[in-house]
Design a binder for this molecule. Structure first.
Ligand SMILES: O=C(O)CCC(=O)C(=O)O
Length: 358
């Protein structure tokens, strides 16, 4: 938190946002002073948040998906299909990733963002699919507002990359990213089954075993004007499934039936959202969910977010098994082209997906 607090004023600071290479460093020096107006990004009225729906977010017990009992397995597959269809978002419990590993990853993620700025900046100003990138905001080249977030973004599959500092982070991240891929694989098999396909249909058609995995470590410092600014604007993820944990500080909201729903995770669970590539392979059945990160003025929030997608060179289209009875809703495109096109589009919506809709 800030050490020297500037007096509150009504006029936004004129700090040139483009000079901010770490919002954490900026927030610490800005204290309680108004934020630069370039960070004003909330456009919807606060009553667009549906607080009563948080408790309805589906919970999937991964141990039931893995069950040898066909009835338990079948019921869990149906629940998962319903969660993908109705929400595009769910929590998973009994996922088999130890609490210690999750805590260690979160603690090292915090240590990473506490490294001196000079060390974090080693990975600054790199392209989207560079192995290791440190940045701030969301998508600086295309955005009209700045966002109150620092991030580390690392490609952890098919090649594993990771910063060497802080000590021990790389080893933990290796173990964690592999375990998350294992969980994503189980979910994709069950999702295939829920669509009436063979369990390995999505894994094979997306070449998931050579698939891209991106490891994001987001940090959102306390913001003195959380009602004006966002950590991340509304967007969908480009991959198949994104798995997310946070440091106990809330801020993730998902769009459900036109309203924002605050996510209040069960202890030790992993949050999952469906991405654009799942919408394509399911031929529009399982829509990618819009989500955003809101801010608070008290606590630093950290989220560790792993986007799991197809192999970059793989042409992705609606699953063949679905096209026996229905027309394709999307044209096929390599995942790499999709990701590159997304970087050219407006981004804060699902415009990249609209581009390939037939
Ligand atoms: O921090 C969060 O809860 C959301 C993160 C997110 O949407 C992203 O990294 O794309």
């Amino acid at each position: 938190m800030a050490t020297s607090m500037a007096p509150a004023a009504t006029v936004p600071s004129k700090f040139p946002a483009s000079n901010i290479s770490s919002i954490k460093t900026f927030a610490e020096s800005n204290g309680d002073a108004p934020i630069p107006s370039t960070f004003y990004s909330i456009t919807e009225p606060p009553d667009d948040v549906a607080r009563d729906l948080a408790a309805s977010i589906p919970v999937i017990d991964l141990s039931l998906l893995n069950s040898d009992d066909p009835q338990l397995h079948f019921k869990a597959v149906q629940q998962l299909g319903k969660a993908c269809q109705e929400w595009g978002f769910f929590m998973i419990t009994n996922h088999g990733i130890s609490e210690n590993l999750m805590e260690d990853v979160m603690n090292k993620s915090n240590e990473y963002h506490n490294l001196p700025l000079e060390e974090r900046k080693e990975f600054a100003n790199k392209g989207y699919l560079e192995p290791i990138v440190h940045g701030t905001s969301f998508f600086p080249q295309a955005e009209t507002a700045n966002y109150w977030r620092d991030y580390l973004r690392v490609i952890t599959h098919p090649q594993f990359n990771f910063p060497h500092k802080p000590q021990g982070y790389k080893e933990l991240a290796f173990e964690y990213s592999r375990k998350i891929r294992g969980v994503a694989r189980i979910l994709l098999q069950a999702i295939s089954e829920s669509l009436g396909l063979e369990a390995d249909a999505i894994i094979e058609s997306t070449d998931f075993d050579s698939g891209l995995q991106i490891f994001f470590v987001n940090l959102y410092p306390p913001c003195p004007q959380p009602d004006l600014s966002l950590g991340i604007p509304p967007h969908s993820d480009h991959g198949l499934l994104t798995l997310l944990t946070q440091n106990g500080v809330g801020g993730l909201q998902v769009k459900h039936h036109g309203k924002w729903v605050e996510v209040d995770p069960l202890p030790k669970c992993i949050l999952v959202n469906t991405g654009d590539q799942l919408e394509v392979v399911s031929n529009g059945r399982y829509k990618s969910v819009l989500h955003r990160a809101v801010l608070n003025n008290r606590d630093t929030r950290i989220s560790v977010v792993l986007v799991n997608g197809p192999a970059l060179d793989k042409d992705i289209s609606p699953a063949q098994g679905l096209l026996e009875k229905e027309k394709p809703l999307f044209e096929s495109r390599t995942y790499n082209d999709y990701v590159q096109d997304m970087r050219k589009s407006k981004f804060a919506d699902k415009s990249a997906l609209s581009e390939i809709r037939l």
